[in-house]
Design a protein around this ligand. Sequence first.
Ligand code: FCB
Length: 453
Amino acid sequence: MTHVTPFTLPRDSRLMNKDFLFGVATASFQIEGDYQHRLPNIWDTFCATPGKIADGSDGKVACDHINRWREDVQLIASLGVDVYRLSISWGRVLNQDGSINRLGMDFYIALLDALRVRNIKVFVTLYHWDLPQHLEDNGGWLNRDTAHAFAHYSRVVAQELGNRVYAYSTLNEPFCSAYLGYEVGVHAPGHQSRSQGRTAAHHLLLAHGLAMAELRRFAPHAKAGIVLNFSPAYPHSDSAEDAYAARQAHEYHNLWYLMPLMQGRYPEIIDRLAPQERPEIQPGDMDIITAEMDYLGINYYTRNVYRAGGELGFEDVRIDNVPRTAMDWEICPDAFTELLKDLSSEFALPPIYITENGAAEEDVMQDGEVHDTMRLAYLQSHLLAVHQAIEAGVDVQGYFAWSLMDNFEWAEGYRKRFGLVYVDYLTQQRTLKSSAKAYQGLLAQRQTLGQQE
Ligand code: FCB
């Protein structure tokens, strides 16, 4: 067996403190399978539509986690992590009439209890994109009622799971649900309309706010917050035009979600939209959306580069000669540090958890091992980027690698692998990649340091 060097951080880094939480993350549709015991959702429909998923696959089996969860809990524990981030499938725990699907709810209860026995804290995401299809048939996130349906779902989950959960996240990446799902259509449900994208975003934020109230009431001891993704926007040149374009892109893709949550208003770029493209904001909406949060989850993978142009004043530029992952995303850890510093200075943020960070690589299994060199370098440099942000005064309290194991990567299907653990989809065998061992090594070192103190 090849020896794997653990990830390293300075001994006195805050990340080496036992109260800094290290974890791995997954999401229901990407790993669970067992579609027979839940309601159909928008991703089932999207997968069944020819041409939408790169390899023509679907989530019917995925990692077969529903049948293999005991083994997966052991796998999670074997890494030495403090915390596991999972998402609940709405249509697995609720029936179409809003009543509880006992089988589904009991699955999550058993899972949480098994994690608790192993002293692993749990971050539960309520919505990681798998909207029940019957709600989409009524307009999905274009219909305000979906926000209320989400609040009901959140209440039931909080009542059932309550304090078994360390932290709830209402939504994962509303940017993806709204923009990718309703505006450009590369994700489910596949609509292509700017006004729909903006409307969906508003209703998602409203859903978040309504759910926060339910979580406060029915799970008062759990932390509650949201997970946003950020791809910081950089100008292509030194020109004032490109700098302005980058700011516009930042407002449209990043601040569109953060500003309403923190400041109760949409960024200025809303004024560039035609009136019929703006979301309908009803009186009181912003008060609901600005509900105080215990933490902000930040997902970071890459940065984007923009120049002046396009209908909204910015357009994407693909720059050459930079390192990229198998997703074709630029590897840029410095932009991660800078993002954390900038957001913390611009907004009065609650404590931050890095709820996702990771890389896709063309993994090859050889002699029972997967030596994922690029992912190793990616994770090492991004852990250091978090360390640097903390040194600069940013309050980051945890870090989750995406992902525990290879899984259904949405429109890319199973060809893009993000796991620390390799999944052989024919046998469902799980194998620790070198990155998993390096993570294990880091957590073991931290443990030893803690004991020496
Ligand atoms: C994020 C998603 C997650 C995963 C990673 C690669 O946008 O939250 O489910 O697909 O990207």
